[in-house]
Design a protein around this ligand. Sequence first.
Ligand SMILES: Cc1cc2nc3c(=O)[nH]c(=O)nc-3n(C[C@H](O)[C@H](O)[C@H](O)COP(=O)(O)OP(=O)(O)OC[C@H]3O[C@@H](n4cnc5c(N)ncnc54)[C@H](O)[C@@H]3O)c2cc1C
Length: 382
Amino acid sequence: MNFTPTEDQLAVQRTAHEFAQNEVLPKAAEIDREHRHPAELVKRMAELGFLGIAVPDQYGGAGLDNVSYALAMEEISRACASTGVIMSVNNSLVCDPIYRFGTEQQKQEWLAPLASGKLLGCFALSEPEAGSDAAAQKTVAEKQSDGSWVINGTKNWITNGPVADACVLFTMNDKSLGHKGITAFILPMKTKGVRTGPPDDKLGIRGSKSSQIYLDEVRLPADAVLGEVGGGFRVAMSTLDGGRIGIAAQALGIARAALEDALAYAQQRRTMGKPIIQHQAISFKLADMATEIDAARLLIHRAAWLKDNKLPYGKEAAMAKLFASDVANRAAREAIQIFGGNGYVTEFPVERHFRDAKITEIYEGTSEIQRLVIAGYLAKGG
Ligand SMILES: Cc1cc2nc3c(=O)[nH]c(=O)nc-3n(C[C@H](O)[C@H](O)[C@H](O)COP(=O)(O)OP(=O)(O)OC[C@H]3O[C@@H](n4cnc5c(N)ncnc54)[C@H](O)[C@@H]3O)c2cc1C
């Protein structure tokens, strides 16, 4: 077992840390307060190669690995979870499936500009009545006699939706086949008939723009299909396996922010004649937070390492997300407790961590769904 990061991984971590500390963190409170999409930070992440970290350089990516991706996600989400999820969606949910399932032409046309950050992507699987039950797709794709497609439907909660240039879109093309009737497409967001709703007004990650996407008689050519006709569910599920590594790393970043902020506060805040860190009740909270954060990181790096080594990693990614999102929520809650009254007001950052942490238990599969996935592997003897 080797826990030593490579030189390349350390270099990514260092770059991400400096970027996060110097450029992202100073803006995080304002991004949250103003519900602002941080376009200038997205541009900087493109320059730093953070929008296609594990994509080979021949397709515009940084040509690195998933451990590097997890390290960068942790650093950036430690500073701003909104900026973290924008990065995660583009890497995990857009570049990754186009790299794995796209034709050479699709890779040249879409992957290269998305991975280099010239374009930004979104991933549209969820619908008003298809969240956890992702196979219940109601967006319909009808094949025309000339091989092209006409698509109608509504997608829900689509992160980056209002600011994206391209979308990995899931549709039902044959309801009688159940999940085998689902087909994925690459959809240019400027296509006639595509409209986004107003940005969702959210509890946390307020700088991440998400919205509904309405598809009204949207026409796509035959070569817009991603993967095989009827193979969309496999594209979606295998993509979410990888996405969970990114969201777990986002949760880890939020947990670390909660710990680091609480630790600094506990060292300077005094009650009963001493810094509160010298009260065992407070120091034990910090000890638990630090221990759980380390355990989450190990689970995440194991899943990323398995993916990098082309070994099965679905169960491990689900475990990493389940655990890290739980840790983030607990750490943020305890950080507020350590800050006392100051934890409850927007002047200090921990209430933002508390609000940001919650989403990591919901998107890319709720915690209940992660347990279903893990239990499914256990039942199969995996
Ligand atoms: C801010 C935000 C951003 C998002 N971004 C995206 C995106 O970019 N792309 C995208 O496609 N989707 C996105 N989503 C959607 C997200 O993935 C779904 O909200 C999530 O999968 C849950 O689906 P749901 O909201 O329909 O809840 P439901 O599926 O209705 O679940 C409701 C509750 O029931 C539980 N539940 C459901 N089924 C079961 C079961 N079988 N066993 C046990 N418990 C169950 C759930 O865990 C949950 O607690 C986003 C959501 C949010 C809030």
